[in-house]
Every structure is written in structure tokens, then in C-alpha cells.
Design a protein around this ligand. Structure first.
Ligand SMILES: *[C@@H]1O[C@H](CO)[C@@H](O)[C@H](O)[C@H]1NC(C)=O
Ligand SMILES: *[C@@H]1O[C@H](CO)[C@@H](O)[C@H](O)[C@H]1NC(C)=O
Ligand SMILES: *[C@@H]1O[C@H](CO)[C@@H](O)[C@H](O)[C@H]1NC(C)=O
Ligand SMILES: *[C@@H]1O[C@H](CO)[C@@H](O)[C@H](O)[C@H]1NC(C)=O
Ligand SMILES: *[C@@H]1O[C@H](CO)[C@@H](O)[C@H](O)[C@H]1NC(C)=O
Ligand SMILES: *[C@@H]1O[C@H](CO)[C@@H](O)[C@H](O)[C@H]1NC(C)=O
Ligand SMILES: *[C@@H]1O[C@H](CO)[C@@H](O)[C@H](O)[C@H]1NC(C)=O
Ligand SMILES: *[C@@H]1O[C@H](CO)[C@@H](O)[C@H](O)[C@H]1NC(C)=O
Ligand SMILES: *[C@@H]1O[C@H](CO)[C@@H](O)[C@H](O)[C@H]1NC(C)=O
Ligand SMILES: *[C@@H]1O[C@H](CO)[C@@H](O)[C@H](O)[C@H]1NC(C)=O
Ligand SMILES: *[C@@H]1O[C@H](CO)[C@@H](O)[C@H](O)[C@H]1NC(C)=O
Ligand SMILES: *[C@@H]1O[C@H](CO)[C@@H](O)[C@H](O)[C@H]1NC(C)=O
Length: 823
């Protein structure tokens, strides 16, 4: 230990810009990016505070004592970097980061914190006045573990985007509840086909932990504390002064590193989860595969494909030929199958045939317009649609990938290809055939026919128009894909088919009026029922931008979100087509005394949980963070099993994106569900959704609309009413009387309690959706007491002005501001 002490002392000299070394950081201390930017551990090895990230700063812990400042941990890693005007303040509630725009708690302690320390282990700890730990960074790892730190069952590490960008990347390492430590890509299920590393300790029971001991020892302990697996053996030297860290790197591989403490020491690798850098699934994007070249991972496109983004080989690949000529029986186009030996892929075949002859497999795929590729292994021919995922070269596999490649027949080439311009030729090829239809529908609908002026064969245009009029334009996956986006299920509907499906938007078919426009019920010629949303007032939205937004939104897939089928663009109109939900929306049941009886407590609790899961996905697990901004009972639809599906998510995104350009467009929220900071100052965050969720939860418990609480002398909304009951210990009175027989009192109280936490006045005090989910589902978690919620301010200021119940947010130069505007 004496040795350790002198080692630490030595380190202190290494520390580049020795800041004030504070053993104890007291309440009221603050940091800014430019002066006093960090608090150092006593040894000077670790620093907590601001570090440079992108063109701004992030807050985290890094190794300050070595020349290469290695970041160990980042607070709110997905938040954008802050400018040098930010201030980090240590308060009794935790750490608050103030910027010019807002204040945000980076760390929220579970009890009142009294002082803080950055320990020599690299752990940043907040203590209460009785010197108990109320928060520590070791409990919230990002991509790195340090000696002494553990990963508990159910917890995950997430890789960083890149070595320089510490926001969440595309790989994760999960300590599973089944005892297995497994690596997956981020957007996958926790199931075997997606795993690319496992500790093979499946079945070791619950509560297995990954532990990081001294001497670089990584091991798993089971719930009774037995070592069940050594991931690394440990026994590495520490005497000459070495520190260890493990990290799941941006390339998906998890590694144990050591760093000497001598002057010119570097970070060196002691152990890797895989020597083959192609192993992490999803390293190469869609339709590309990974090949090792000089031990480096290299992404290559399938034959007949090219990179979506030339500068970024991990972006995935798209076809450089036309595929839909197959369906349109274009005899001027021909297809062949190209072979790719020894590769493995995710197998999601839609059709598998027992065939031992490769030529039969080739023929089978050529004759099937749906078939984009087939995997052949001497016994089976497995047909695939695009995209192909997780491809990599793997010597020793007999699997042959057969890829369909198309080309115009040479003699007809000239008709379409403009001589002298290869780039343009490429474009015309795909405009000339159905594959460009996604773009074309838009282009034609907005009557920009000049695109076609004279340059093309009028026949092509006629064919196209014909093709679009027919409903063959549905299923136009490839059109979008070839426009540079990921595979998705979005369908482009012709305006005619939407008009036909809704009997020209007839009154009888109108289902309701949402914040973003009216919704109609429709029936396609195939008999499928759809819901058609006609967006209002977004005419400023460019078609391409709109389409790109929709593709993003269609990628949001969760069982508690309504699925977007497709869209139609016609002149100024933008129409969205969704799955039709036979049981209408939650408000239809909840606020009707007879129908409410159909929703017993179990159903209501399941609905609450489902909404929470959907929202959690939007806030945390979806590829882009989505803030709903208009969560309310009528935006929660119910399927045939009364399972809740959040609708209108992502629309706020479409509308606000546009705000940046045009300042007359409006985003509508709904009064009563709006958090005070949103309603009063136009500030929204995920916590505004949490507020709406809290209101919704109180409505579900009480079966009453948030605005239905009036009594003679004053107007009170549900939040105020619930708070008064809570304060007076009369919580049960909030309960919908029809729940009397079915309710589980504990559970209902828990919901009530969580509901009140969600509507707290101060956004930072409200729990996040992941807190909400665990509070709702884990009965053993004790809940903080709610404080007086936010309802009073609004009552005085706004309530009298608008009885219609809608507020409109009008943007001013890209900053959102709220004004009261009745409609
Ligand atoms: C830090 O503060 C606590 C509580 O005031 C005290 O017990 C402890 O000795 C202090 N530590 C140092 C190193 O000053
Ligand atoms: C912050 O730095 C300034 C000088 O830049 C110094 O005067 C001040 O004492 C420091 N404050 C703290 C809390 O370290
Ligand atoms: C920082 O604050 C100064 C003065 O308050 C202001 O002029 C400057 O624009 C701010 N910088 C940023 C990046 O916000
Ligand atoms: C400090 O935290 C511990 C454990 O959470 C708790 O038992 C104790 O009451 C707290 N002390 C104060 C003064 O809040
Ligand atoms: C795992 O931990 C949870 C929570 O601490 C506990 O309820 C459960 O009994 C534990 N399981 C085992 C097998 O120890
Ligand atoms: C933990 O592992 C030890 C040794 O393998 C075994 O005896 C014990 O039963 C295990 N405990 C649990 C809870 O599985
Ligand atoms: C792991 O290694 C330690 C020595 O470092 C040894 O005592 C232990 O038995 C090993 N555990 C397993 C499961 O092999
Ligand atoms: C194929 O090319 C011929 C000759 O150029 C043309 O007459 C025919 O219409 C083309 N067929 C299709 C489906 O484009
Ligand atoms: C696979 O085989 C190729 C060619 O034989 C060779 O260049 C490559 O290094 C091998 N890759 C692996 C991972 O063994
Ligand atoms: C497309 O839709 C099918 C069925 O509707 C679904 O199974 C599949 O996951 C979807 N694929 C994508 C990429 O959305
Ligand atoms: C649909 O209704 C609009 C006006 O309500 C009318 O102008 C249009 O002609 C109608 N279209 C069809 C196909 O009936
Ligand atoms: C928001 O509106 C208020 C009152 O109209 C105004 O004082 C404030 O400057 C506005 N904020 C922005 C960002 O436009």
C-alpha cells in the first residue's frame, strides 16, 4: 500500500494542469469550462468536470493524470455539448448544469447531498450529511468500468459513437438476468441471433455480476458470491505503476486496457473479447459485409450495390440498378445472380426450399420478384428480401450468398441513358422505372413537371403516371431505399386511392380531429382498414425533408406505438396512413360512464404500463430521441386486445423541424396536459412528456377528464384536486368508483403516487420515464414524497382565457414560444 501512495504522489506531478485538489467539494461549489473546469482526485489522476467535446464541452470524468485525457464517464452523454458559458453547480439536490437556455440536473441525488468527492478510484461520489453515499458515478457506467466497479444484473454498457464522440454508439454489453454476459448491437432484441459475444454462463441464476478487481481481473460472481467465470485472469503487474480500465469500444469489441504511469506510457491492450474486428454485428451497415484486411475491418458492398454515403463505409449500401422492372415485366432489363462465397448473414428468409442444386436456387430467386438474394448451403435455398444485415466474410462456412443484380439490356441502354453524363444517366435510369416512384409521386403531385420538360421520352412519363394511378405504387420500399435511406415498410399511396378509401374524406368516415389535423377511417381495395390523417398547416415543409422525417418516424417501432403504413403527398396536402385501431382511443372508454366499466383495474394498469413503455422507447431507446409533446387520452389508441398504442408521436418533430425555417407554423399541445414550463415559457423536454403522462395517469385512475373538476368557488384541475386529496390522506376518493371491485389498492396508490411525482412543478424533480417504469413495476422501490405540483400558476394566468382547451406554440426564429391563441 505504501507503494500505491508513492505511485499516486508520482502521478500528481504528471497531472498536466494541476487544478485545485479538493478532497471535499462543498455545496455551492461550481465549475465552468474555462476557469476552474475540474475537480481533481487527491492523486490528480482523475478529474471530474468539463472536457472538450465537439465544438463545446461535456461534463464527465477523465484521466487527467496521463498525457492522453481518456474519458471514463460522461453525464447525460447524449445531450448536445454546451458552450463555454455553461456553469456546473453542486447543490443539495445534485449537480445542476446551467446554460443560457436552461438548467438541467446532470446528477440527481437520492437524498440531500452535503459534500462530494472524486475518489482516487475514479468514482465521483455525493454524500449526505451523515456521510452516506447518495449518488456515485460507479453506479451509472457508460462505456467504461474501473477497478472496483461492478456491472449488476440487468445493467448494460453502451459503446461510444467514436473515439472522439462519447455519445451512445451502436453496441452494448449486457449483464443479463439469466447470468450470461452478452454483447449485442444496440437496436436489437436480447436474443441469440443478435449476440456476438457471450460469457457462456447462461443459467447461472439471477443477480450475477461482472466484477473488476485489482490486477486487471474481470470475473463473474453469482448471487451467492462464487466466482463462476474468469473473463480475464488478472495477475497483471501493478508494481511499476499501471492502471487498468475496461471499455466497450466504439468498434463493438470490449477490451481490457492498461496504462503505465511513466511519462511516455501509452494505453495498451491487455485482453480483447474478439481478435476479429468483423465480429461485432452491425459494424457494417445494411447490404454491406465486413472483410478483414490487414487485421482491420473493412466494409464492402454487395455486388450491384454502392455505398449510401461514399465518405462513410459503415453507412450501408444501396442498389445501383433498378429492381422493379421485374414486377413491371420490362423486357429491356435483365437480372443475373452474383455469388459471394463464405459470408454469413442474418437469416430472415421469407421462404426456404430444400434444394441441393445451386442452379435451382439461382433460378428460383430469378423467377421471384420478391427475392433479392438467396443463401445456399448445399441443402437449403433460403430466399431473402432486402436489407441484408450483419454480413461478414467467414472462412470455413459453406454458405454462399447469391445476390440478384440487374442491368438494362445493352441495346435499349441508349433510349434512357443520356450520352456523356454518367451520373445523370444513372438518375434517369431510375426515374425511368418504377423505383423512383417515391420521389416521383411527390414531384408530380406538386406539379413540378419541368423536371420532365422535353428531356425524357414522353412514353416513360405516361407509363409512370399510369403506374402511379394504379395501386401498384404501394409496396414501394425500394424507391425510398434507393433514395439513400434504410429499408423500411413505408408505402407511397396515390391520392386517388386515399380518396377512394375514405369516400373523398366524407363526414361519415371522419374519426376525429387531432392536434395535427382530421383523421378518417378508410378501406383499401384490398379490404384492409386504415386510418388516414390529413395534416394541416405544414405547407412549408419541403417534400424531401418531409419524406426523410417520415422514414425516420417509420423506423420507430414498438408494440406500444401506432404503426405508420405510408403516406401520400398531393399538392400542398400531406397525408399519413396508419394502422386502424378498432377500439378507438382511450378517452372514448375512460370518460364515458358505461364504457369505463369495460376498463377494469388490470386493464387500466396494463394501459398505464404500455404507455410508459412506449414513451420510454421514444425518449431513450429509439435511435433518435423523440419528445411527443401532445400526449393525452385521445392520442392513446387501443387495439383489439385493449393494448395501448401511442399515436401522433414524431409529428411534433415534423412540425418543429419546419419551425426553423418558417415562423408561422404552429405546434399544438393540449392545455391541461401541458407542463408549466411548456405552457408558460415554451420550453419542452422529455420532462414535459413526463408531466403529460402524470396527468394521463391521474385521469386513468379517476376516470375523469383533467378539466372536469369544478366546484362552486374555484376552478381546479385534476392535478390540483389530486394533490388536495393526497395531502388530506383521502387518496382513495380519486379512484373511479367503477374500479371498486377490481382494483389492487397498493398498485393504484403507487400509480397515484408516481402520477404526482410526474407533475412536480420543477421539471428536474420529475422522474424520467425509465424511473417511472421501474417505480411502477418494482414494488420494492420506495418512492420519494411528492411536493406541491404545478397547477396554481396556470390557473390564474391562462385558465380563464381559454375554455376550448388548446394552446398553440408559435415559433419565433426557431425558438419556441408559447402564446395563447384560441382557435
Ligand atoms: C470531508 O467532509 C466530511 C464531513 O464533513 C469529513 O468527515 C471528512 O473528514 C472530510 N474529508 C476531508 C478529506 O476533508
Ligand atoms: C476559481 O478560479 C478563480 C481564478 O480563476 C479563483 O479566484 C477562485 O478561487 C476559484 N474558485 C474555486 C471555487 O476554486
Ligand atoms: C456567452 O455569453 C456572452 C455574454 O453573456 C455572449 O455574448 C456569448 O454570445 C455567449 N456565447 C455563447 C456561445 O452562447
Ligand atoms: C443519509 O443517508 C442514509 C442512507 O440513505 C440515511 O439513512 C440517513 O438518514 C441520511 N442522513 C441524512 C442526514 O439525511
Ligand atoms: C436478486 O436480487 C433481487 C433484488 O435484490 C432479489 O429480490 C432476488 O431474490 C435476488 N435473486 C437471487 C436468486 O438471489
Ligand atoms: C454459485 O456458484 C456456486 C459454485 O459454482 C454454487 O455452488 C452455487 O449453488 C451457486 N449459487 C447459485 C445461487 O446458483
Ligand atoms: C478464477 O481465477 C481465480 C484466480 O485468479 C481462481 O481462484 C478461480 O478458481 C477461477 N475461477 C474459475 C471459475 O475458474
Ligand atoms: C423496350 O424497348 C423497346 C425498344 O426500345 C420499346 O419499344 C419497349 O416499349 C420497351 N419496353 C418497356 C417495357 O420499356
Ligand atoms: C480467409 O481467407 C482469405 C483467403 O484465403 C484470407 O486472405 C483471410 O485472411 C482469411 N480470413 C480469416 C479470418 O481467416
Ligand atoms: C415490415 O413489416 C413486416 C410485417 O408487417 C414486419 O414483420 C417487418 O419487421 C417490417 N420491417 C421493417 C424493416 O419495418
Ligand atoms: C372530392 O371533394 C372535393 C371537394 O369537397 C371535390 O372538389 C372533388 O371533386 C371530390 N373528388 C372526388 C373524386 O369526388
Ligand atoms: C416569448 O414571449 C414573451 C412574451 O410575449 C417575450 O417576452 C419573449 O421574448 C418571447 N421569447 C422568445 C424566445 O421569443
Amino acid at each position: 500500500m505504501a507503494c500505491m501512495a508513492c505511485l499516486l504522489l508520482a502521478l500528481a506531478f504528471v497531472a498536466a494542469e494541476a487544478q485545485q485538489m479538493q478532497a471535499n467539494i462543498s455545496r455551492g461549489s461550481s465549475l465552468t469550462p474555462t476557469t476552474n473546469s475540474t475537480w481533481l482526485s487527491r492523486s490528480g489522476l482523475y478529474a471530474f468536470g468539463f472536457y472538450r467535446q465537439g465544438n463545446g464541452y461535456a461534463v464527465g470524468i477523465f484521466l487527467a493524470g496521463i498525457p492522453k485525457k481518456t474519458v471514463i464517464w460522461t453525464a447525460n452523454r447524449d445531450d448536445p455539448p454546451v458552450s463555454n458559458n455553461a456553469t456546473l453547480l453542486f447543490t443539495g439536490d445534485g449537480l445542476a448544469l446551467s446554460t443560457e437556455e436552461d438548467q438541467n440536473y446532470l446528477v440527481k441525488s437520492s437524498g440531500s447531498s452535503s459534500y462530494a468527492t472524486i475518489l482516487d478510484s475514479g468514482n465521483f461520489v455525493l454524500y449526505n450529511s451523515s456521510q452516506e453515499i447518495v449518488w456515485q458515478s460507479f453506479d451509472h457506467p457508460t462505456d467504461t468500468l474501473l477497478p472496483g466497479q461492478r456491472l449488476l444484473a440487468g445493467e448494460e454498457l453502451f459503446s461510444a459513437k467514436s473515439e472522439a464522440d462519447h455519445s451512445t454508439g451502436i453496441f452494448r454489453l449486457k449483464m443479463q438476468n439469466d447470468g450470461n454476459l452478452v454483447q449485442y448491437p444496440v437496436d436489437s432484441l436480447d436474443t441469440r441471433p443478435y449476440a456476438y459475444y457471450a460469457s457462456s454462463t447462461f443459467g447461472a441464476g439471477e443477480n450475477v455480476t461482472l466484477n473488476f478487481g485489482a490486477y486487471g481481473h474481470l470475473y463473474l460472481l453469482n448471487s451467492t458470491g462464487s466466482n463462476i467465470r474468469n473473463i480475464t485472469d488478472g495477475g497483471l503487474p501493478t508494481d511499476e505503476g499501471k492502471l487498468y480500465l475496461m471499455r466497450i469500444d466504439a468498434d463493438g469489441i470490449f477490451r481490457l486496457y492498461s496504462h503505465g504511469l511513466k511519462k511516455n506510457a501509452i494505453l495498451s491492450i491487455e485482453w480483447v473479447s474478439s481478435k476479429d474486428k468483423c465480429v461485432p454485428k452491425g459494424l457494417c451497415g445494411l447490404n454491406s459485409y465486413c472483410v478483414l484486411s490487414d487485421l482491420k475491418a473493412e466494409c464492402r458492398c454487395l455486388p450491384g450495390f454502392e455505398f449510401v454515403n461514399q465518405g462513410n463505409p459503415t453507412s450501408g449500401c444501396e442498389r445501383n440498378f433498378v429492381a422493379d422492372a421485374c414486377k413491371n415485366r420490362n423486357e429491356n432489363f435483365t437480372y443475373t445472380m452474383e455469388e459471394l462465397e463464405s459470408t454469413t448473414w442474418e437469416d430472415v428468409s421469407y421462404n426456404s426450399l430444400r434444394l441441393s442444386n445451386k442452379d435451382d436456387c439461382i433460378q428460383g430467386c430469378l423467377e421471384d420478384c420478391d427475392c433479392a438474394a438467396a443463401f445456399f448451403d448445399d441443402t437449403n435455398c433460403r430466399k431473402q428480401r432486402l436489407p441484408l444485415k450483419y454480413g461478414r466474410r467467414a472462412n470455413g462456412t459453406s454458405n454462399i450468398a447469391l445476390i440478384k443484380v440487374g442491368a438494362p439490356k445493352p441495346d435499349t441502354d441508349r433510349r434512357i441513358v443520356q450520352p456523356g453524363s454518367k451520373k445523370k444517366a444513372h438518375k434517369w435510369i431510375w426515374i425511368g422505372t418504377a423505383i423512383g416512384a417515391a420521389l416521383l409521386v411527390m414531384v408530380l403531385c406538386i406539379s413540378r413537371r419541368k423536371l420532365f420538360s422535353g428531356e425524357t421520352n414522353p412514353m416513360v412519363e405516361n407509363e409512370l403516371l399510369e403506374w402511379m394511378e394504379s395501386d401498384r405504387s404501394t409496396g414501394d420500399v425500394n424507391g425510398l431505399q434507393n433514395d439513400g435511406k434504410m429499408g423500411n415498410n413505408l408505402t407511397v399511396f396515390s391520392y386517388a386511392s386515399v380518396v377512394a378509401a375514405t369516400t373523398n374524406f366524407s363526414k361519415e368516415n371522419k374519426l376525429g380531429q387531432g392536434g395535427f389535423g382530421p383523421v378518417y377511417k378508410g378501406k383499401l381495395v384490398t379490404g384492409q382498414e386504415i386510418a388516414v390523417k390529413r395534416l394541416s398547416r405544414c405547407s412549408g415543409q419541403g417534400t424531401l425533408e418531409f419524406k426523410n422525417e417520415l422514414i425516420l418516424i417509420s423506423e420507430l417501432q414498438h408494440t406500444n406505438l401506432v404503426q405508420l403504413f405510408g403516406f401520400c403527398i398531393h399538392g400542398e396536402e400531406r397525408i399519413l396512413i396508419y394502422a386502424y385501431m378498432p377500439n378507438k382511443s382511450l378517452d372514448y372508454f375512460l370518460f364515458d360512464s358505461t364504457r369505463a366499466m369495460l376498463l377494469d383495474w388490470t386493464k387500466r394498469f396494463n394501459i398505464i404500463e404500455g404507455i410508459a413503455q412506449g414513451l420510454l422507447y421514444l425518449h431513450k431507446y429509439s435511435r433518435m430521441r423523440v419528445i411527443h409533446r401532445d400526449l393525452k387520452a385521445s392520442n392513446v389508441l387501443l387495439d383489439e386486445y385493449m393494448k395501448p398504442k401511442i399515436s401522433d408521436f414524431g409529428l411534433a418533430r415534423i412540425f418543429t423541424h419546419n419551425e426553423l425555417e418558417a415562423n408561422t407554423n404552429r405546434v399544438v399541445g393540449t392545455y391541461g396536459y401541458m407542463s408549466p414550463e411548456y405552457a408558460m415559457e415554451g420550453i419542452f423536454s422529455i420532462k414535459s412528456d413526463v408531466y403529460s403522462f402524470g396527468v394521463l395517469m391521474l385521469e386513468i385512475i379517476s376516470g375523469r377528464k383533467n378539466s372536469s373538476f369544478y366546484n362552486a368557488d374555484r376552478v381546479l384541475n385534476i392535478v390540483g384536486y389530486a394533490w388536495e386529496l393526497w395531502k388530506e390522506g383521502r387518496g382513495l376518493e380519486l379512484m373511479d368508483p367503477t374500479l371498486k371491485d377490481s382494483c389492487t389498492e397498493d398498485q393504484l396508490f403507487r400509480c397515484f403516487h408516481v402520477g404526482l411525482l410526474c407533475v412536480e412543478e420543477n421539471a428536474a424533480d420529475r422522474p424520467s420515464m425509465s424511473d417511472v417504469v421501474s417505480m411502477l413495476t418494482t414494488e420494492t422501490i420506495s418512492l420519494p414524497l411528492p411536493t406541491r405540483p404545478a397547477f396554481v400558476i396556470r390557473r390564474n394566468v391562462i385558465e380563464s382565457d381559454i375554455s376550448r382547451g388548446e394552446l398553440q406554440v408559435i415559433s419565433v426564429n426557431g425558438l419556441s414560444n408559447t402564446t395563447v391563441a384560441g382557435r
